[in-house]
Design a protein around this ligand. Structure first.
Ligand code: THG
Length: 370
């Protein structure tokens, strides 16, 4: 029952924190933006309980930055997203759907506005750099687009603020949700934001320079010993409970932001300049005919969902598909995310999931579990 290994090579990039991750006993990785992303330390369930009780350091260097700088930076940013960026000021982060000319999702990153003429797009798992570079060149925009040596390190969990204050000072406590400020670490300027891919609270440090990776990792580990700090990673169970979407798993370029439930991050009418605006205005008129829903799946612990599981009516008609699933100890059920057709997406609708191990009953939820 031993799974095949991933063969390392230069194409599969290590991170500035990889030696710390390995010393902490990482048990499994996935590949994200051609880079290692840890997925398991003690076990997914132990990591889950610890994340909700203590504080973890996450090597999320794979959330690469697409940097845009120059006089046309703001213009290019608005071309990428249907979210209205006009009121966004330097010091803010926005979760932004990125869409192509058909309104299809290309990525769902966090946009970081460093200055009017300097932005980072902290990307999910797709090669967004080429789309951004292509637009910049094709539209003759006055910008430079590249991937700088910036590697996010997330500090997540209820004790994250206590740990961060020990290393960066009490001023980190003043950072509001999805805002950032600049902090010095050993003479290097770092952007520190209150954000992260969990609902347990915490921060993300945009580590400036690969050489600073292990010094910062070690400083946080030492400062947090009595807080029970441990290496962790985006947790499958917690993120499904929380309804946090995973690009490539729960949605692809075949989906509009509205199908993904990201309509609240779209202001398509006022997002003048957005490449996908006309397409989205067209589909927005009728509304989506399928949408992502949280689901509870009955029965004992399910295996990993590494392909779509058909979602059917009790009569056997397919009305959707499950894209992520895990057993959630805190809710005593399997939790899942899936795309469901409009005719069956109402909360309380009972469906049947066809898993590789057999059929399971499931119920559409009103909202995420967390
Ligand atoms: N942090 C940073 N970069 C990232 C991620 C991150 N890049 C990849 C991936 N994660 C992008 N996807 C998400 C998905 C959800 C959120 C952030 C990035 C998120 N969503 C909250 C929510 O939906 O409730 C809050 C959004 C809001 O209110 O604005 O945090 O995690 N740097």
């Amino acid at each position: 029952m031993s799974a095949p290994l991933l063969s390392p090579s230069r194409r599969l990039r290590r991170t500035p924190f990889s030696s710390g991750v390995e010393a902490a006993g990482v048990k499994a990785y996935t590949v994200y933006n051609h880079m290692l992303l840890p997925t398991v330390f003690r076990s997914v369930e132990e990591d889950y309980h610890h994340l909700k009780q203590a504080v973890q350091l996450w090597d999320v260097a794979c959330e690469r930055q697409v940097e845009i700088r120059g006089p046309d930076a703001g213009k290019l940013m608005q071309m990428l997203t249907p979210r209205d960026l006009r009121r966004m000021v330097a010091g803010q982060c926005y979760y932004v759907p990125i869409v192509d000319e058909t309104g299809g999702m290309l990525n769902d990153p966090v946009a970081v506005k460093l200055a009017d003429d300097r932005w980072w797009i902290s990307i999910a798992d797709s090669d967004l750099l080429y789309w951004v570079k292509g637009l910049a060149f094709g539209y003759r925009l006055d910008v430079l687009v590249d991937e700088p040596d910036i590697s996010p390190l997330a500090v997540q969990g209820p004790r994250a603020e206590a740990l961060m204050a020990r290393v960066f000072g009490d001023a980190v406590k003043d950072i509001r949700f999805f805002r950032f400020a600049h902090f010095d670490f050993q003479g290097r300027d770092m952007v520190v934001a209150r954000s992260g891919y969990s609902k347990q609270g915490g921060f993300e440090i945009y580590v400036n320079g690969s050489d600073m990776g292990m010094p910062l990792w070690n400083a946080l580990m030492e400062a947090g010993r009595d807080l029970d700090v441990h290496a962790g990673c985006p947790n499958l169970i917690e993120r499904i409970e929380s309804g946090l979407l995973s690009y490539g798993n729960d949605m692809t370029d075949d989906n509009t932001p509205h199908e993904c439930g990201l309509g609240r991050f779209c202001d398509t009418q006022s997002a003048i300049g957005c490449i996908g605006r006309d397409a989205l205005l067209r589909v927005a008129k009728e509304g989506p005919v399928q949408q992502i829903r949280s689901l509870a799946i009955e029965g004992d612990r399910l295996g990993l969902c590494d392909r779509y599981w058909p979602l059917c009516t009790p009569a056997g008609e397919q009305v959707g598909r499950v894209s992520s699933a895990a057993y959630a100890p805190d809710f005593g059920t399997n939790v899942a995310l899936g795309m469901v057709r409009m005719t069956h997406w109402d909360a309380g609708t009972a469906l049947v999931v066809h898993t590789p191990g057999g059929k399971r009953g499931c119920v559409v939820q009103e909202k995420p579990f967390n």
